[in-house]
Design a protein around this ligand. Structure first.
Ligand SMILES: CC(C)(COP(=O)(O)OP(=O)(O)OC[C@H]1O[C@@H](n2cnc3c(N)ncnc32)[C@H](O)[C@@H]1OP(=O)(O)O)[C@@H](O)C(=O)NCCC(=O)NCCS
Length: 164
């Protein structure tokens, strides 16, 4: 497996292989933040196929309560591995480790990530990697369904932090 920073020409392949609706628009937005220097989008590859990704947001988590508690703490956002058959084979861990390496290289003293309160398997993984639960918050986001109707969602999450 190889991990690299997302390039413009990767966006089409990501769109082909990502299983969820709205992925193309989401990756365009992530890539735009990377171009502005606000984020780094990491992609994990098996052969020539993208099998996972995450966005390291250098400005940190959007939730005000998290920013207040951890000012300047970069966030690993949108971590995902697919297809499901490839989960639990080390891809997520490799993406997190690369995000940590990049954050340390930039002089960050800690890195964090948000996890939904009802995702105990992901929390367990982050705990094993050294992340500790810190701030409960609501992750507010929106998406458009196939009919073009906008939906707003608020997920109950916990921000977990690891010193670097
Ligand atoms: C969570 C996730 C990113 C971890 O990546 P991964 O490549 O599967 O993780 P690794 O192989 O490095 O580590 C394995 C651990 O990940 C966790 N994990 C595995 N599958 C998972 C799943 N479907 N959902 C949540 N956590 C999962 C478990 O703790 C697992 O340990 P175990 O095999 O001993 O139970 C990935 O499983 C995934 O995309 N899950 C669905 C989406 C999700 O929950 N994203 C997390 C957002 S915070």
């Amino acid at each position: 497996m190889r991990i690299s920073q997302c390039r413009q020409e990767d966006l089409e392949l990501l769109d082909q292989h990502l299983p969820f609706r709205g992925a193309a628009a989401q990756y365009e937005a992530r890539y735009a933040r990377q171009r502005e220097g606000r984020a780094t989008v990491l992609v994990a590859w098996r052969e020539r196929r993208p099998v996972g990704s995450c966005e390291v947001r250098w400005e940190g988590c959007e939730a005000p309560e998290v920013r207040a508690a951890h000012p300047g703490c970069p966030e690993v956002n949108g971590l995902s591995v697919w297809p499901e058959a490839l989960r639990s084979t080390g891809v997520g861990t490799a993406l997190i480790r690369e995000a940590e390496r990049l954050a340390a290289e930039r002089g960050a003293r800690a890195i964090g990530l948000g996890v939904e309160k009802n995702n105990p398997r992901a929390s367990a993984l982050y705990g094993r990697l050294g992340y500790r639960a810190s701030v409960p918050y609501l992750d507010c986001w929106s998406y458009q369904d196939g009919a073009g109707v906008a939906h707003r969602v608020a997920d109950a999450c916990v921000f977990m932090v690891k010193p670097l």
